[in-house]
Design a protein around this ligand. Structure first.
Ligand code: SME
Length: 163
């Protein structure tokens, strides 16, 4: 049933992401509100995989990200483009996968338990950056190309729905 929050950790990642996208679409059916969608996506991704922090930073001004809907402990409020992992993904408009956050120069520590991270840009139909989806894990090397593909598909659906 669409209103549940499934834990998908028992599934192989590609199947987990397929189910996550189908579930997200079902939950958000008929809802045309990007904040509601970002909040719902954050909750579903977070609990599907048991992440440490899952949420969006939105482009709030030129070259500036501001925290949006998320799940986890207190996030940084603002991140300039180019700073930390989120800022790198925003500036380069590409997914950044960090197996060991301690080895990433300039990593911004919001929760000291964070060990690895993936940040996926959200771009509109015209290619402009709208936001980034930031996910932190307390496990080293938690993210791989399956996460990249699954999350990029999820944010592409969100961006298309929103646009
Ligand atoms: N670690 C991020 C900052 C955001 S928090 O993890 C929520 C970074 O370096 O971009």
């Amino acid at each position: 049933m669409a209103e549940s929050t499934p834990d998908l950790r028992a599934l192989p990642k590609p199947r987990a992401y397929d189910e996550l996208l189908a579930h997200t679409r079902a939950v958000l059916e008929g809802i045309d509100d990007p904040i509601a969608a970002m909040a719902t996506i954050s909750a579903l991704v977070h609990h599907a995989f048991g992440h440490l922090w899952t949420g969006f930073y939105r482009v709030a001004a030129p070259e500036l990200l501001r925290v949006g809907p998320y799940q986890g402990t207190l996030g940084c409020l603002e991140i300039p483009f180019g700073k930390g992992v989120c800022g790198a993904a925003a500036r380069e408009k590409r997914t950044v996968l960090v197996p060991d956050v301690h080895a990433f120069p300039g990593h911004i520590t919001c929760d000291a338990r964070s060990r690895s991270e993936i940040v996926v840009p959200v771009t509109g139909p015209d290619g402009a950056l709208l936001a980034v989806l930031d996910i932190d894990s307390d496990r080293p090397n938690a993210f791989d190309d399956d996460d990249r593909a699954g999350l990029e598909a999820l944010v592409a659906w969100f961006a298309e729905k929103r646009g």
